[in-house]
Design a protein around this ligand. Structure first.
Ligand SMILES: Cc1ncc(COP(=O)(O)O)c(C=O)c1O
Length: 386
């Protein structure tokens, strides 16, 4: 399908091509100077003491759950209004995800009050997710974590470059997990980053990323080691040099990308309020500085979402849903033990959320086209008035 306005688009140019060529010509393809450079530069960008590049954010979340010491039977509180990887990571280590509700229709992130309702004596950690790059209420969440002695993992897949109180999202809790999947604010195709300020956690995560081995091929290539020991049950969650080089190039551009996303969001908001005032726009208040990863809207009560999305498609506009609540998925729905308190807001938002196209190269005229398409779609998908 060729969309007039796709949901997301990458922003690559000659610089990415040159970065890829640089690696190919270097003849060293995994875990070398590009990866080290990417980690150093990402640590500087995020203000974290340690940054570890990994194969994707799902791997980062898995490693974070192991390093947080989650054991079979332990409970970890997670949002249901997130990508399924947020909850899957807990299950990979035998833990039990317990779903908490969101704050409101205005702020779609995990609610501190709901977290507190989900706590039991088995709770060991919370995974928060900064939806669309808008900050969770981290001061309140860190207070709860301290009170109940919980680890905090930040699923920051959406939040590259976003901040709260002058501190980058992903660096408030014990570990931050970022994604460089192709629709993210900066991309390497597949790829991810784990950040932490804790030396011991960083050391463990480094081992876990590469089979629990005490030295890497790179160390042996450099003549720094002849052999290795295996001291932990690790994985191959490494990134490669090509993607690290793409990541370094994208990292230099991401602040500019985020600014363009911010301007596009401002134009969407202005046009939506004028042309489709019945649409509810979340995140209109101020809390920190978002990186505007996606543009969510909530349809008015009773509008048929599929008909709405079909009508947008007719106008060449790709839309999406963020997210079908995780606890509704077949693989989750029969696990009543994952539910402890009501998820009414999550369920309500899950029924009427639609995500609009947003990417740095989106033109103002495209945004006008999308909003006019929304006007037509609403008129088509409106509930009948009889
Ligand atoms: C909120 C969230 N968490 C985790 C992930 C997983 O990221 P990755 O595809 O890098 O494994 C994504 C990716 O879409 C995401 O949006």
């Amino acid at each position: 399908m060729s969309w007039r306005v796709p949901l997301a688009d990458i922003d690559f140019d000659l610089q990415e091509e040159e970065a890829a060529l640089r690696v190919i010509r270097s003849r060293w393809l995994s875990m070398g100077e590009e990866t080290q450079g990417f980690e150093r530069e990402f640590a500087e960008f995020s203000g974290a003491k340690h940054a570890l590049a990994v194969s994707n954010a799902t791997a980062a979340l898995h490693l974070a759950c192991i390093a947080a010491g989650i054991q079979p039977g332990d409970e970890v509180i997670v949002p249901s209004l997130s990508f399924v990887a947020t909850a899957n990571a807990v299950r990979y280590v035998g833990g039990t995800p317990i779903f908490a509700d969101i704050e409101s229709e205005d702020w779609l992130t995990i609610a501190p009050a709901s977290i507190e309702k989900c706590i039991s004596e088995k709770t060991r950690a919370v995974i928060v997710m900064h939806y669309a790059g808008f900050a969770c209420d981290m001061p309140a969440i860190m207070d709860i974590a301290q009170k109940y002695n919980l680890m905090v993992i930040e699923d920051s897949a959406h939040a590259i470059g976003a901040e709260l109180n002058g501190r980058k999202l992903g660096t408030w809790g014990d570990m931050g997990c970022y994604s460089f999947f192709s629709n993210k604010n900066m991309t390497t195709g597949e790829g991810g980053m784990l950040t932490t300020n804790d030396d011991a956690l960083a050391e463990r995560l480094k081992l876990l990323r590469s089979h629990g081995m005490t030295s890497l091929s790179w160390d042996r290539h450099k003549g720094r080691a002849w052999t290795y020991d295996v001291v932990d049950l690790g994985f191959n969650y490494r990134i490669d040099e090509l993607r690290a080089a793409l990541g370094r190039t994208q990292l230099k551009k991401v602040t500019g990308f985020n600014k363009r996303r911010e301007d596009a969001t401002a134009l969407y908001r202005a046009l939506l309020s004028e042309i489709t005032p019945e649409i509810h726009i979340p995140f209109m208040q101020t809390r920190g500085t978002s990186c505007y990863h996606i543009m969510p809207i909530l349809l008015p009560e009773g509008v048929d979402r599929i008909k709405f999305m079909e009508s947008m498609k007719t106008d060449g506009v790709q839309t999406s849903i963020h997210y079908p609540p995780i606890h509704y998925f077949k693989n989750y729905a029969e696990r009543k033990d994952f539910l402890r308190s009501g998820l009414h807001l999550t369920e309500n938002v899950g029924m009427k959320e639609v995500t609009l196209p947003l990417y740095p190269a989106l033109k103002n005229e495209d945004i006008k086209w999308v909003v006019n398409a929304i006007r037509r779609a609403l008129d088509t998908a409106q509930p009948s008035r009889e």
